[in-house]
Design a protein around this ligand. Structure first.
Ligand code: SAH
Length: 365
């Protein structure tokens, strides 16, 4: 779970994009500069989206020369942009010669949400997710994670992104240090200045990492529960075999905190005939009584060969009513961007070891 060091490019330059407040301060001090220079650098890089050191005129010429020689601001490169009929925009970003990830921008009336990826592929093998079918290649660096926001801001203008959800490709808690560094920049007033309520990390439930997150952050949490009992969840979200539901709910309760400082939402994908009966809903009510939280029902987004169908509108409505009658605030996620495969669980990017994984799946039967 430890992060790899920031990858340097072929000539060994440090990519400043991924340095959070502390790291950037240390960087400045090591070069004989005042820690305050780190504020100016974050303002140039993240607030103003400037990638050219020559333009950073409030830094001394000699410091700028050092920056040019030893560092760079290198965002991931857009290799494809697709615009959905509903305004959703998906970018395919090249992170290195062999890997691509996807980032999605979802405009709404009063906000703009950027859904970002944390890993190239995913190792978790949730049975209904197309990212899982791609296999896992590597963690994204902090620069590659925050770089998705940097690129979105450059493309859409400052202020377009009001919310960030770590719900793209990958399991963010399995790339802990890099994700936490990126979150630090998202919340930093000298970088993106988003409020902790407007940054949401979605996890399948890596329990020990949840506790580590609680110690360093107050971002909102979305927990991919998807089943109300271990037998079913073991098949849908296999990490449940390691961290079963009662442990996960206890961790959610700890994350919320005694004073209810942090927000937790339970995500539940609606799979026809699998997890969507009234009995499942009633079982879910009992599970959720352990940790008060909102519920977000996600209509299943199909992809070729998934083997699942989405529950009917009536089934979702009935499921939602049972939860609401029991006192849980329940919303149903509006599917956006599915015409460009940008909806939840449809992000695939390009993963180096795809063939190996496909073979493995084929031989597993
Ligand atoms: N690994 C993290 C974040 C990525 S997925 C997690 O598991 O939470 C973001 C959300 O989309 C998760 O709740 C995930 O379970 C859900 N999802 C995955 N595939 C989906 C699909 N095909 N249709 C609808 N939701 C899906």
């Amino acid at each position: 779970m430890n992060s790899a060091p920031e990858p340097a490019d072929s000539v060994g330059k440090i990519n400043l994009l991924g340095l959070d407040r502390k790291a950037l301060e240390a960087f400045c001090v090591e070069r004989g500069e005042k820690p305050f220079r780190a504020v100016q650098l974050r303002q140039w890089i993240h607030q103003r989206g400037i990638g050219d050191f020559e333009l950073m005129t409030n830094l001394s010429k000699s410091f700028r020369a050092q920056l040019i020689e030893h560092t760079e601001i290198r965002p991931p490169e857009i290799v494809r942009e697709q615009l959905s009929t509903d305004g959703v925009c998906k970018w395919v970003l090249q992170t290195d010669a062999q890997n691509r990830v996807e980032t999605v921008y979802i405009p709404e009336e009063n906000r703009g949400t950027l859904c970002i990826s944390s890993q190239v592929g995913c190792a978790l093998e949730c049975s209904f997710c197309s990212t899982a079918r791609q296999g896992f290649n590597r963690n994204l660096s902090a620069a590659e994670i925050i770089g998705q926001l940097w690129v979105a801001q450059r493309e859409l203008g400052a202020g377009a992104v009001t919310n960030v959800v770590l719900m793209g490709m990958g399991e963010p808690l399995l790339n802990f240090n890099n994700v936490v560094a990126a979150i630090d920049l998202m919340l930093d007033d000298y970088a993106y200045g988003l409020s902790k309520r407007r940054v949401t990390l979605s996890t399948s439930g890596v329990v020990p990492a949840l506790d580590r997150l609680a110690a360093v952050s107050e971002v909102s949490l979305a927990v991919s529960l998807h089943a109300p009992n271990d037998e079913l969840r073991n098949t849908l979200v296999p990490i449940n075999q390691k961290y079963p539901i009662h442990e996960l709910m206890a961790a959610c309760k700890r994350y919320i905190g005694r004073d209810g400082r942090r927000k937790v939402t339970i995500e539940y994908v609606m799979l026809d005939g699998v997890n969507d009966t009234p009995a499942h809903a009633r079982q879910l009510v009992r599970v959720l009584s352990q940790a008060p939280s909102k519920v977000n029902l996600i209509p299943f987004n199909p992809f070729p060969g998934s083997g699942y169908r989405c529950s009917s509108r009536e089934t979702i409505q009935r499921f939602s009513e049972i939860l609401q009658t029991a006192g849980f605030i329940t919303t149903t996620r509006k599917t956006r961007g599915d015409d460009i495969d940008a909806a939840c669980g449809q992000l695939v990017g390009q993963v180096k070891d795809r063939t190996r994984r496909t073979l493995r799946l084929a031989t597993a039967g």
